[in-house]
Design a protein around this ligand. Structure first.
Ligand SMILES: [Zn+2]
Length: 271
């Protein structure tokens, strides 16, 4: 081999070695090293979650009003002490305070000595602001019965009628109240609550526009609903409340009485 040829071969071997070394070096480089775009473009820093203020889900409530620290005057709605029966007005006065137009009554001689009435009164009307109910039969009953009857009418039945029929009650047919007779007019039966002025009946009532409600003769569902409601309400005021369907003797009127019932005297019997 000549010297020139030897040099040529040596150069070619050197070039080949350099090329191979370059290829090996490239193969050993990590992949990302050949992706300068990815490597050189900086990513924006992730937004730290803890820096995000919590989004309000509901409007902020105004600051709570500080509690009152100064003493307040007694409420005008607070119940006032109830006068005892001994120190308060008597029953007739309590009736009149309720708006009942009533007079003390005197009992005639009654056929049965068991027929007695405690503080008998005769009722003429119930009058209060926005209410005037006449009692054309002028029933005679015990004063305590009259109190309960007045409360039942003014608190329950009259407002119920106005709500049901759009009219106030103008008059109520009650019958005489006092009737000295055995229960249900059955000879030998227990004395009726009417015999002691503890009972009152309602046979019919007239509204302000003249319309007449006859107990036991409902004309539509509204009348039937009213019948049920009145008797349910009466059961809350009286010890006994009877009406149509209870028995044949009460087919055409509501009967309510305060005759003591049960061992404690306050049991209810309602049909
Ligand atoms: Zn009766």
């Amino acid at each position: 081999m000549t010297k020139t040829r030897y040099c040529t071969v040596l150069i070619m071997a050197l070039v080949t070695s350099i090329s191979m070394a370059a290829m090996v070096a490239e193969a050993r480089m990590p992949r990302h090293a050949i992706a300068p775009a990815v490597q050189t473009v900086p990513l924006p820093p992730a937004r730290p979650v803890i820096d995000e203020p919590p989004a309000p889900t509901t409007p902020l409530a105004p600051p709570a009003k500080p509690a009152e620290t100064t003493p307040t005057a007694p409420s005008a709605l607070a119940p006032s002490p109830t006068p005892s029966a001994a120190s308060g007005p008597d029953c007739l006065q309590r009736l009149r305070d309720r708006g009942v137009i009533a007079e003390a009554a005197t009992l005639a001689t009654l056929p049965d000595p068991r027929c007695t009435v405690d503080q008998p009164v005769t009722l003429t009307a119930l009058a209060s602001p926005g209410m005037h109910v006449d009692f054309p039969d002028k029933p005679l009953i015990a004063c305590s019965t009259a109190e309960t009857f007045a409360d039942f009418l003014s608190q329950f039945m009259v407002p119920l009628a106005k709500g049901s029929y759009g009219q106030p009650i103008a008059a109520i047919s009650t019958g005489p109240g006092l009737e000295c007779r055995p229960r249900n007019n059955v000879a030998g039966a227990k004395l009726s609550a009417h015999g002691q002025g503890l009972a009152i009946d309602i046979a019919q009532f007239r509204l302000g526009d003249g319309w007449l409600y006859k107990v036991g003769h409902p004309t539509d569902q509204r009348d039937r609903d009213f019948d049920r409601a009145v008797r349910a309400g009466a059961c809350g005021y009286f010890h006994t409340a009877l009406g149509p369907g209870a028995d044949p003797d009460h087919a055409n009127h509501w009967h309510m009485d305060l005759e003591p019932r049960g061992s404690n005297g306050t049991s209810r019997f309602c049909q």
